[in-house]
Design a binder for this molecule. Structure first.
Ligand SMILES: NC(=O)CCC(=O)C(=O)O
Length: 314
């Protein structure tokens, strides 16, 4: 196996790392930074068909969140357009060509408010494809990272809800870990929360917070939204944030709302109903270490029986 990898440094690195991991009997976790507290705001926004109005609603919410002391602000999935396959192509913007008015507005909002901004998601056009994309900005407005939704929302529950994002959107290439002033974040978008492997990869890469802008629906939302956020938090012993659009009776898609912050013991730190609202929570990163000491799940895993294979390891 080693011979086949020679001349391919990434493959060699991966192989060596996996050998070290196996030998040590536990995966390698990046050390957590010193304990610190971060106030977060989850902005559950009223989304309309008017992009300019949606961007102004977001800007105002970011400004207000900062005035209330938030250092990390999260916006909802598809907050600048209606959540529909008809809208995605019409509202899509080319971020990489520097032609995105939404990115310009979000960057300015983060810089003006001096916050780390996980800017929900917007439809992105790139190379003839469309993506559901989350941009993350630092407090100077710099675009730190962009996550393209990895798992597309394709479901069919007859008589309840049928939606196929794959009719218009393409899946993103993989996990997105972002080091920010507010901690190390792992980004997922909505349906991504259903896949525990993605969250495990983030935990393994030392993320302290998993952030999921999302727009669950009124069929699965009541049963699964909070359950999944708690599951990802308790499995990985870290913080999970979800942020939804508010429910809009004029919309073809009814969002569940209930933006929520969950702690590493699956405790609900803050939540809301389905109306427009901003939810605040204080994340105390010391609680991650505390819970991992209380219950050392990471070292108790039976690596002789099973393994997580991260095919995108940098
Ligand atoms: N926008 C989405 O990915 C919705 C996911 C959802 O509602 C679910 O049940 O999963």
């Amino acid at each position: 196996m080693l011979a086949a990898a020679v001349g391919r440094p990434r493959v060699v690195r991966r192989l060596v790392r996996s050998l070290v991991t196996r030998a040590a009997g536990s995966p390698t976790y990046a050390p957590l930074p010193p304990p610190q507290k971060v106030k977060v705001a989850l902005c559950q926004l009223h989304v309309t068909a008017d992009k300019a109005q949606n961007l102004e609603t977001a800007r105002k919410a970011v400004e207000d969140a900062a005035k209330n002391g938030a250092k990390l602000v999260v916006l909802p999935e598809m907050f600048n357009c209606p959540y529909s396959n008809d809208s995605f192509p019409t509202y899509a913007e080319d971020i990489e060509a520097g032609a995105s008015s939404s990115v310009a507005a979000l960057s300015a909002a983060a810089a003006a408010a001096r916050v780390t901004l996980v800017a929900g998601s917007i439809p992105e056009r790139c190379g003839g494809k469309l993506y559901n994309t989350c941009c993350v900005f630092d407090s100077a407005g710099k675009l730190l990272a962009k996550h393209r939704k990895v798992h597309l929302f394709d479901i069919d529950i007859p008589g309840k809800i049928t939606f196929k994002e794959s009719l218009t959107l393409s899946p993103g290439p993989g996990p997105t870990v972002v080091d920010t002033e507010a901690g190390r974040l792992g980004i997922g978008i909505c349906y991504d929360i259903r896949f525990p492997e993605l969250a495990q990869i983030y935990a393994q890469r030392g993320c302290q917070v998993l952030v999921y802008p999302g727009a669950f629906n009124t069929t699965t939302g009541p049963l699964h939204w909070e359950l999944l956020a708690k599951a990802r938090a308790v499995d990985n012993q870290l913080f999970v944030l979800t942020c939804s659009p508010a429910r809009n009776p004029d919309s073809s898609y009814q969002a569940w709302g209930h933006s929520t912050a969950v702690g590493p013991f699956a405790e609900i730190l803050a939540t809301t109903e389905h109306q427009p609202a901003t939810v605040y929570a204080e994340l105390d990163y010391a609680h991650i270490g505390e819970r991992r000491t209380n219950m050392p799940l990471r070292t108790q895993k039976r690596h002789d029986l099973y393994a997580l294979l991260d095919k995108t390891e940098p």
